[in-house]
Design a protein around this ligand. Structure first.
Ligand code: SF4
Length: 368
């Protein structure tokens, strides 16, 4: 039987990794702060100990690109209010189940009898709605540009098939407005971005040129394997050391300038930009994607009238500062004591893309 070759191995080759690290060391002459935007990149950096291989002058800070972490508390509390209703089957990705709201999490509600199901695709939720015509089925549509096309597809499919007992609770966000928010903050420390390769695979990177020009900052589209990340770091440092600032693509095997046009079209068909709260960060103008008026029928917020929610964030959690690159998980007094993956006080500790979770799991790792 033919075995499928594991192409990822070549992107984890320790000799190649060492060669790129040596080149980064050779060209680095001063202190630089880089932010990887995506939580998946944060986990890879911690898992392979890449931060420990870099020269001491380079500091990596962790960005807001963890969809679970930035889903605002008011929207999580709305999810809990909807999921608690007896006529509702509430569908969510598994990552959201342990995320603490003001009072409980979805997992606790499920234990108390709420009908909460883990799905792997929003289309699964449409199927559940078809199979349960006497129930209201709600999908928790969180995430960045990577998940939005599938969310748009499920709305289009439900509409085309006349599935009237289906709706989505929308909490979708986009990356460029968050980059603007970080860079325009008076507290900003970030001097270069490693842009998230999978987001750019969908959206392209044409939106990043004005950001690189306006803030005079290098932006390097970067993948997720050790060599991808080190290549992104190398190109960023090279620009910084040469006083350059432009958008560079270090993930050419997956990303083009214009991205996936079909996916972008379907996003525009169903959703439109809107202001959105980010958990721990606050409101960022035009950073959300909300349902267009012609698809408002599928808006769970309107269907269940849960617009007005009083929230209560845990007072010790510094997730907002971590997501903006101002602090690290080790700076949190609750890290590893009051807060752990089995007893999370904030979303970054429980999400598989959360920075606190990455530090908890991998803080002693290193590639060999
Ligand atoms: S360790 Fe826990 S409490 Fe501290 S910032 Fe992370 S999620 Fe919040």
């Amino acid at each position: 039987m033919n075995k499928t070759p594991d192409f990822t191995k070549s992107f984890r080759d320790s000799h190649l990794v060492q060669g790129v690290v040596e080149e980064i060391k050779r060209i680095t002459t001063q202190n630089w702060i880089l932010m990887e935007i995506c939580g998946g990149q944060t986990h890879a950096i911690m898992q392979y100990g890449l931060d420990q291989l870099l020269p001491a002058q380079i500091e990596l800070v962790h960005g807001p690109g963890c969809p679970v972490c930035v889903t605002p508390l008011d929207q999580i509390d709305r999810a809990h209010a909807i999921a608690s209703r007896p006529e509702v089957i509430f569908c969510s990705f598994g990552d959201m189940l342990r995320v603490p709201g003001s009072e409980v999490d979805l997992f606790t509600l499920k234990a108390r009898g709420a009908q909460i199901r883990v799905v792997y695709s929003p289309l699964d939720a449409v199927k559940i709605a078809q199979e349960n015509p006497d129930k209201q089925v709600v999908f928790f549509a969180i995430g960045f540009e990577t998940t939005v096309p599938a969310n748009a597809s499920c709305v289009l499919q439900a509409k085309a098939m006349g599935v009237k007992n289906f709706s989505i609770l929308v909490s979708q966000v986009t990356v460029p407005p968050a980059m603007h928010a970080i860079l325009s903050s008076p507290k900003n420390r970030v001097q270069a971005f490693l842009a998230a390769g999978h987001v750019c695979a969908v959206m392209g990177y044409w939106e990043y040129h004005p950001i690189a020009n306006q803030y005079e900052i290098p932006i390097v589209v970067t993948g997720f394997e050790p060599l991808d990340l080190l290549q992104g770091i190398l190109l960023s440092i090279r620009q910084l050391e040469n006083n350059q600032h432009f958008v560079e693509n270090a993930y050419t095997r997956a990303v083009t300038e214009t991205g996936n046009q079909v996916a972008q079209k379907i996003i525009r068909q169903v959703f439109e930009p809107c202001d959105r709260n980010w958990r721990g960060i606050g409101r960022i103008p035009n950073s959300g994607l909300c349902l267009r008026e012609e698809y408002a029928f599928f808006d769970a917020e309107k269907r269940f009238q849960v617009e007005h929610i009083q929230t209560r964030e845990h007072e010790v959690c510094i997730a907002g500062e971590i997501l903006q690159g101002l602090k690290k998980p080790f700076d949190c007094p609750a890290f590893g004591t009051q807060c752990s993956p089995t007893n999370p006080l904030g979303a970054p500790m429980v999400s598989s893309e959360g920075a606190c979770n990455a530090y908890f799991r991998f803080s002693k790792s290193s590639i060999s």
